[in-house]
Design a protein around this ligand. Structure first.
Ligand SMILES: Nc1nc2c(c(=O)[nH]1)N[C@H]1C(S)=C(S)[C@@H](COP(=O)(O)O)O[C@H]1N2
Ligand SMILES: [Mo]
Length: 230
């Protein structure tokens, strides 16, 4: 398929997804919340820059399960399957050939640090969703890392424009410590919702809690409601 046709296909599929999920997206807290908790200037989502209970950090702490998978570009694969019309497996090269998005966003860890204005490069989850096309029954995704990590979010959160699978941060390749070669980021949710060393995205027809969610962390993880634990 030519680059142009590929892009047309993505745009067409994204418009369909948009129509399907628009209403639900308007009900997510980052859009509908009239009393967000936090301080500072208002960010591009209309939320205070620093969510409640967070402290701004300049360093970038590393959090994992005590083990950092060592995955070369050659070994890295991304499987997208489950409740979708066209399951997909992408190599590093396939992934890098998809439309690339550059963005700057904030990173809020549930352990109370926030790292502001991180420059990222990667692929929008919405573009990947457009390629596989979730079935009408799909409601959530669960992401798997190359470690034992899993984490879940609703599709209406996953489709937000700033949810990316990134391979670059701070204008350099994403370090292994931070989930390189590729991790997910969820700037409008606590950062544990973004799997490092991401290997698989499964679309689901019901919610299924991930690693921290089964241990009492919030399914929704909304920073401006101090929504940390359930
Ligand atoms: N695969 C994997 N992804 C993960 C984790 C993990 O342990 N394994 N930790 C999560 C948590 S709790 C946070 S806060 C962020 C931390 O990302 P960082 O180490 O780059 O700061 O990654 C999230 N993604
Ligand atoms: Mo975290």
């Amino acid at each position: 398929m030519s680059e142009e046709n590929k892009l047309d296909k993505i745009i067409d599929a994204r418009m369909k997804l948009k129509a399907r999920f628009e209403e639900k997206m308007l009900q997510t807290p980052s859009v509908s919340d009239y009393k967000p908790m936090g301080t500072g200037e208002i960010n591009r989502h209309g939320m205070p820059k620093l969510p409640a209970g967070q402290i701004k950090t300049v360093k970038w702490p590393v959090l994992d399960l005590g083990f950092k998978p060592d995955i070369s570009h050659q070994q890295w694969k991304l499987t997208i399957n489950g409740e979708v019309d066209s399951p997909l497996e992408l190599s590093w090269q396939d992934f890098m050939n998809l439309p690339q998005t550059t963005d700057i966003s904030d990173f809020h860890c549930v352990t109370t640090w926030s790292r502001m204005d991180v420059p990222w490069v990667g692929v929008k989850l919405a573009d990947l969703a457009a390629l596989v096309m979730p079935k009408s029954t799909a409601t959530h995704i669960i992401c798997y890392g190359y470690d034992k990590y899993t984490t879940n979010i609703s599709i209406e959160e996953a489709l937000k424009e700033d949810v990316l699978l990134v391979h670059s941060a701070d204008n350099k390749p994403l370090e292994r410590d931070h989930g390189g070669p590729v991790r997910m980021i969820t700037p409008q949710l606590y950062a544990w919702k973004g799997a490092k060393w991401i290997n698989r995205i499964e679309f689901l027809n019901k919610n299924k809690p991930g690693f921290w969610e089964v241990r009492g962390y919030s399914n929704t993880a909304y920073p401006w409601k101090n929504d940390r634990y359930s």
